[in-house]
Design a protein around this ligand. Structure first.
Ligand SMILES: CCCCCCCCCCCCCCCC(=O)SCCNC(=O)CCNC(=O)[C@H](O)C(C)(C)COP(=O)(O)OP(=O)(O)OC[C@H]1O[C@@H](n2cnc3c(N)ncnc32)[C@H](O)[C@@H]1OP(=O)(O)O
Length: 177
């Protein structure tokens, strides 16, 4: 279902429907939304962003495929699909920190560690992330100091550095939201 949603968003991003077709689509979407109105559940019961599948069953971030992961590092790949376009064939600038937050956050909480949240995330944009290109993402633990975990990451298109990032993740105290 989420993959169908992603494909639909890609088609919307790439299309120029007529006014009549847009109205028809809107009516179809409204009908689908209404069908889920009485299926609304608490966050813990939802499928969206909770599935243990690649991409976590959500459409917000570009789908990150994990190739290798241990407690200290992660390697994966990602392709920014048409929905994520910012302009001139490049991914929207905001989607890169989004991807790093997902990947670095995932690593921060890996290896049986307690849940943490992003305190800061610094991203350097080195070259554009081309829509449709398969990019490689690597991330690793830099240091851990009490509740603080510093994680760094790199996004590459072949040998070309697209972006690098550093994040501080602070372990949550019991009961901390
Ligand atoms: C819960 C997640 C479950 C995930 C499970 C499954 C995951 C499946 C993969 C999904 C991956 C997605 C991962 C997304 C992760 C987010 O995106 S979380 C959403 C974005 N982040 C937020 O909303 C965080 C909002 N901020 C906060 O909640 C609080 O400020 C924080 C970050 C928890 C820290 O507050 P606190 O616990 O009161 O900590 P505090 O005592 O102030 O500081 C502790 C230490 O950190 C330092 N520190 C704190 N903030 C900063 C800062 N900005 N700069 C420098 N130092 C700082 C302090 O100076 C202090 O240092 P020491 O004095 O100990 O040396």
């Amino acid at each position: 279902m989420i993959e169908s949603l992603r494909s639909f968003l890609d088609r919307v991003a790439g299309a120029r429907p007529t006014a009549e077709e847009s109205a028809e689509l809107a009516a179809t979407l409204d009908r689908l939304s209404a069908g889920l109105a009485d299926r609304q559940v608490s966050e813990r019961e939802r499928l969206f962003a909770r599935l243990s599948v690649q991409g976590r069953g959500q459409s917000l971030t570009p789908q990150l495929f994990i190739d290798e992961q241990d407690a200290q590092s992660v390697t994966g790949h990602v392709t920014f699909r048409p929905y994520f376009v910012g302009g001139n064939g490049a991914a929207h600038g905001g989607t890169i920190p989004l991807l790093f937050d997902e990947a670095l956050g995932r690593l921060a909480n890996a290896g049986g560690r307690r849940a943490s949240r992003t305190a800061y995330l610094t991203v350097n944009f080195r070259s554009i992330a081309r829509i449709g290109n398969r990019l490689t993402l690597t991330a690793r633990h830099v240091k851990e100091d009490g509740r603080k975990r510093v994680i760094s990451g790199e996004l590459r298109d072949g040998d070309l550095l697209v972006a690098d990032a550093e994040g501080l993740f602070v372990e949550l105290r019991p009961g901390q939201p």
